[in-house]
Design a protein around this ligand. Structure first.
Ligand code: SF4
Length: 375
């Protein structure tokens, strides 16, 4: 493994709007590139501009903590922070990949978030996160912390082929159970399921039932993308050795779309499969409101709930106007409570959406949303 140390100019990345998957306005990559080298990782694709040979080289932002300390200091900010969970993980490198043992950037970033009183959402595939239990518990006592692990399934054998660099799913599950025992909210990102390999009814049910067994707070589900170029070439090379007959099936669903998406028909099929199983096991399919309702501004709370409603309806194969309304609200400058009489002037907001927004502003939730989360 080649380690490249660089000095970064900035660390904290602000999203264009609140991300309702993670309940987050901000994220960061302390490392670029990832030694875990999962075969399907989209960090390999050219569009992410990760320098060097992905999986063999990792860039470490050695001044990250110094910069982050400046960026998180509210006294230095002209525009106040938008309240939400700060995302540690995802992106183009696992925040707990092996170099973290030496550099401890993630641990030190957590310490800063504790000092500045920010809630945090950690997403990883590495059991090294257990090392930081003390600081994670301190953040949890002060505000909120969520620890999530991503899985393509809970099958250890398949994982050794497609995720050779990470702890086995059984170890990841044990680590999640450990955090749950410590009183930390935890989630499973069943993302991505690997087409025709881990997206089967049987394996998906196994993954979801294991999540239920250890009482996880939610499961976020998603299919795989496969962008033309390095990502697809690398994956096909492994797939060919695993089962060459699958290549044709992949070519039928991955048609070279810009973002590497599979066909709508395929995503529709696995989404409906997930919906049925998660409903059977009563697993929330989005981060539950109780974990973030006291953190967000009213506009963000409405945006997130509407986006969750939109997702849950589409998961059932239904049409939804709520995504468009949510986007319009996410772009507003003034608080919704000051617009109570003119909500229908917001793009995408009709009578039904207006009623849902008013209910959220009054009660902090929506009965329709809570019902959908259970179905
Ligand atoms: S752990 Fe995540 S970032 Fe790292 S290679 Fe796997 S999918 Fe990519």
């Amino acid at each position: 493994m080649t380690i490249r140390e660089i000095e970064a100019k900035s660390i904290l990345r602000k999203y264009k709007k609140i991300d309702s998957w993670f309940i987050s306005h901000y994220g960061m990559n302390l490392y670029r590139g990832c030694a875990h080298n999962c075969t399907y990782c989209d960090g390999k694709s050219e569009g992410y501009y990760v320098v060097g040979d992905f999986g063999k080289e990792v860039t470490v932002k050695i001044n990250a903590i110094e910069i982050l300390n400046r960026e998180l200091d509210p006294k230095r900010k002209r525009i106040p922070f938008k309240r939400s969970l700060i995302m540690l993980g995802g992106g183009v490198g696992d925040t707990y990949q092996p170099v973290e043992k030496k550099y401890k950037l993630t641990k030190r970033a957590l310490q800063l978030m504790y000092e500045y009183n920010f809630p945090v959402h950690i997403l990883t595939k590495s059991t090294l996160v257990k090392r930081d239990i003390d600081i994670i518990k301190k953040i949890n006592k002060q505000s909120v912390v969520i620890v999530s692990f991503s899985f393509s399934s809970v099958d250890d054998k398949i994982s050794t082929i497609f995720e050779p660099g990470v702890p086995a799913p059984s170890e990841r599950l044990r680590t999640l159970a450990f955090f749950k025992d410590e009183g930390i909210a935890c989630g499973m990102f069943l993302l991505p399921v690997i087409p025709f390999i881990t997206d089967t009814l049987e394996l998906m049910e196994k993954s979801i039932s294991k999540a239920k067994d250890i009482n996880l707070d939610f499961i976020i589900f998603g299919g795989m993308t496969l962008k033309e170029g390095k990502q697809k070439d690398y994956f096909f090379n492994v797939l060919n050795k695993y089962n060459s007959k699958l290549i044709k099936k992949y070519q039928d669903i991955y048609k070279g779309k810009k973002w590497g998406e599979a066909t709508d028909k395929y995503y529709g099929l696995i989404n409906s499969r997930f919906n049925k199983i998660a409903t059977k096991y009563k697993m929330p399919k989005r981060i539950p409101l109780a974990l973030y309702k006291d953190i967000l501004s009213e506009n963000d709370l409405v945006t997130v709930i509407l986006e969750h409603i939109d997702y849950l309806l589409k998961l059932k194969g239904k049409r939804s106007p709520y995504g468009y309304a949510a986007f319009s609200i996410s772009q507003l400058k003034q608080p919704l409570t000051t617009m109570k009489e003119e909500l229908q002037k917001i793009k995408g907001v009709g009578k039904t959406t207006e009623n849902i927004i008013s209910e959220i502003l009054e009660t902090g939730t929506s009965a329709y949303y809570e019902k959908l989360m259970m179905l």
